[in-house]
Write a protein that binds this ligand. Structure first.
Ligand code: ZN
Length: 407
């Protein structure tokens, strides 16, 4: 007998990156895994005789639990004042004089207690879970010193401790230059490689290592030093690449076998081809693109023609994507980047799972995979990308157990 069975539902399985619709379907769960999936008419008996619990979905849709594979959601404070100042006409110098910008987030995050960070971050995480998210990646990167980077990763681990959402952490020490290292980027990279990375690895707080490689951030050479240190600690890498200029970031990420290369607005074809060969996933961030009113579109046509899986993420962060919301990213990816609604949904399910190294267990509805899924009050899967706002999520199921129902 199965533990539970979910009937009277339409499924978007997302197998092979397609909707993979099964209408009038049934989905059975055994020990937290999907045990059986198919048309209800093909069930080998009556639901009540096959499973201890029967859930009638009343014609709702079920998709894999959504996966937000790129967030910076653990931070203190916010940058609403800076947003307002800019729209009142303040210059970069005015903003700097006001003490705003990333430095203000670093200062507030260093000053915040773990409890304060948990409170602020869990509110943001709840928003994501309300929208069907069952797995989230969380980066450090607002500490920029050993103690605070570890504090952020500990908070991220605690956010996942209840099991209602899976949290994968990335150490992003190489996010920006902290104020005390201005003009001494190489010395800061030394600190990241020699102290922050080993400390995070020792405490088992990092599932991956991230770096920002771009003009105005860390150079290719500095990024490679961080990646070499990660490799020595057997940690996979991912990378913020080519946001403001073509710095061959996509190719660099591929050369290091990165799980993902993220942003990619200015990436070139050789880099995209290298990503395809390396199996590096492209993570696009339409919220940031929108918020910063960027003009250069990511090379979606090249990613498609070379067969690079495209994932989408909220990029939840106070400076360039103050959004604790994943569903609007599907709409923005379609309207701004020209993705199809099917590609957008794949971007927050199966392809996002690949970006986190979870492709074998998460991201699609298939027998044997972890039974993480979301229920939706929709008539067709495309509605998830079509709607601008609103939340049709009717419930979130984690390892076969309903853990969350939006208010
Ligand atoms: Zn980011």
């Amino acid at each position: 007998m199965w533990d539970s069975i979910w009937i009277n539902a339409h499924l978007a399985t997302l197998r092979l990156g397609k909707y993979g619709v099964i209408r009038r379907a049934a989905l059975a769960v055994e020990q937290g895994r999907i045990a059986w999936i198919g048309a209800r008419a093909d069930l080998p008996g009556e639901p009540a005789q096959l499973a201890r619990e029967v859930h009638d979905c009343e014609g709702r849709w079920i998709t894999p639990g959504l996966i937000d594979c790129h967030t910076h959601l653990v931070y203190a404070g916010n940058r609403a004042r800076e947003f307002e100042l800019r729209l009142q006409g303040a210059s970069d110098e005015d903003i700097a004089r006001d003490g705003s910008g990333i430095t203000s987030t670093v200062r507030e995050t260093r000053d915040a207690s773990e409890m304060e960070l948990i409170r602020a971050s869990s509110a943001r995480l709840k928003n994501l879970m309300d929208e069907g998210v069952t797995t989230v990646e969380i980066k450090s990167g607002y500490g920029l010193d050993t103690a605070t980077e570890l504090k952020l990763l500990r908070v991220a681990r605690l956010l996942g401790a209840s099991g209602a959402v899976t949290v994968k952490t990335s150490l992003l020490g190489a996010h920006a230059l902290p104020p005390e290292y201005q003009g001494r980027a190489d010395a800061y990279v030394d600190l990241v490689c020699a102290e922050i990375l080993p400390a995070a690895a020792e405490a088992k707080l990092a599932d991956a290592v991230d770096a920002v490689c771009d003009s105005g951030s860390f150079s290719a050479q500095q990024t490679q030093r961080v990646f070499a240190a990660a490799r020595a600690l057997r940690l996979p890498v991912r990378m913020h690449a080519d946001q403001f200029s073509d710095s061959n970031g996509a190719a660099l990420a591929a050369r290091w076998g990165a799980l993902s290369a993220d942003q990619l607005e200015h990436s070139n074809e050789a880099g995209v081809r290298a990503m395809a060969e390396a199996g590096t996933v492209a993570v696009l961030l339409p919220g940031m693109h929108f918020f910063l009113r960027q003009k250069q579109l990511p090379p979606v046509g090249l990613l498609r023609s070379h067969g690079v899986p495209i994932a989408l993420a909220s990029d939840c962060n106070p400076g360039s994507s103050p959004s604790g919301s994943i569903l609007p990213m599907l709409n923005l990816a379609c309207t701004l980047f020209g993705l199809t609604p099917e590609e957008a949904l794949a971007g927050v399910t199966c392809h996002a799972a690949l970006a986190l190294g979870l492709g074998a267990t998460h991201g699609t509805l298939e027998a044997g995979k972890v039974a993480d899924f979301a229920l939706w009050n929709i008539e067709a899967a495309a509605e998830l990308a079509y709607a601008m706002g609103g939340n049709p999520c009717a419930g979130v199921v984690k390892r076969g157990v309903e853990v969350h129902r939006p208010d």
